[in-house]
Design a protein around this ligand. Structure first.
Ligand code: 2RA
Length: 330
């Protein structure tokens, strides 16, 4: 497979290259792609160096698949051009996610809906992916009515400049580039992406709307508060789920334990629970603090952590490409 990685010089782009190599995706040729100012830079893949090319050159090289992580504007402009040349695009931005003509895919849940006609496939938002991976098997068994989620999100979700802000502040610098409107080190910002007229942020609305689309169930009610914290390993989420039907805690654990891609870490007495520092660099979604919410019927509390650059972005995108390759869809 010829694989183009669009946005290869960014944080997620770098992770996509790593994940492609680690998972042994059948790459015959890797094409790192970026905007004008990065053309000619060298990118390492499997111990060799490759030169970054521009969009037009990449299209002319006719990759089987292009994994985009270059921002919404670039995706809106360039993805249709790749698709028109017959190249399947897996896009990490929010540009196509809620487009009714595009699939929004988490392979464990809905990859089976993909067909060769899907030329632009959307990769969901990181905080949504890790939540639905855990919720889907429980929804199938007990039917979810309502979800209340609060997130604790890594600065890596914003990008390299935000990681630099955190470490510049930690180093005591006074003259540095500010990505956030406030200090992030030793602070917590109840603010991810821009605010909308309804008082929610775009990130919160992504969790609400994308969940319904991926799980193909508009009846699932989600309310979200998304928060940025000064960590880099991954996103954490406190999730309260009300089901239609009652559940048994041991059965909930058993369902999650046998699910591929989920690791249950739930032994609080021995201080075992998911944390960003242990999820960092891993492809799985970690779940723990599994307990009943005694204030309401059929309601469960969970704590979910995943590396947002991995399952929240690169790994999920590569898994989509793996599915396409395995089913001869590219
Ligand atoms: C964030 N959800 O963490 C974003 C990244 N896609 O800011």
């Amino acid at each position: 497979m010829k694989v183009a990685v669009v946005g290869a010089t960014g944080l997620v782009g770098g992770e996509i290259l790593k994940v492609l190599a680690e998972r042994n995706f059948p790459v015959t040729e890797i094409i790192p792609v970026a905007s004008e100012r990065s053309i000619g830079k060298k990118i390492a893949f499997k111990g060799k160096e490759f030169e970054v090319v521009g969009y037009e050159t990449a299209i002319s090289m006719k990759p089987n698949v292009a994994i985009f992580s270059a921002g919404g504007g670039t995706s809106l402009e360039m993805a249709p051009q790749f698709a028109a040349a017959g190249i399947t695009v897996v896009d990490n931005s929010s540009a196509w996610r809620m487009d009714p003509t595009k699939k929004l895919v988490v392979p464990e849940i809905n990859a089976s809906t993909l067909t060769p006609e899907d030329k632009i496939i959307a990769n969901p938002n990181c905080s949504t992916i890790q939540m639905v991976v855990v919720m889907n098997p429980l929804h199938k068994k007990y039917k979810i009515k309502r979800v209340v989620v609060s997130t604790y999100q890594s600065v890596t979700g914003t990008g390299k400049a935000a990681v630099d802000q955190l470490f510049d502040e930690r180093a005591g610098k006074t003259d540095y580039n500010k990505v956030y409107p406030h200090k992030i080190d030793l602070n917590v910002l109840p603010h991810i992406d821009s605010f909308l007229d309804n008082g929610y942020t775009k990130e919160e609305m992504k969790m609400i709307l994308e969940t319904k689309k991926i799980m193909m169930d508009d009846s699932i009610q989600v309310t979200a508060t998304t928060v940025r914290i000064p960590t880099i390993g991954g996103h954490s989420e406190s999730v309260n789920i009300e089901f239609e039907n009652d559940f048994d805690l041991a059965e909930v654990r058993a369902i999650l334990e046998k699910e591929e891609g989920i690791i249950v870490q739930d032994d609080p007495k021995n201080f075992v629970y998911p944390m960003p520092i242990t999820a960092h660099g891993k492809d799985e979604v970690f779940v723990g603090r599994i307990r009943r919410d005694d204030t309401q019927k059929n309601t469960l509390n969970l704590w979910i952590v995943a590396d947002n650059l991995r399952k929240g972005a690169a790994t999920n995108a590569v898994q989509i490409a793996e599915y396409l390759a395995a089913h001869n869809l590219i």
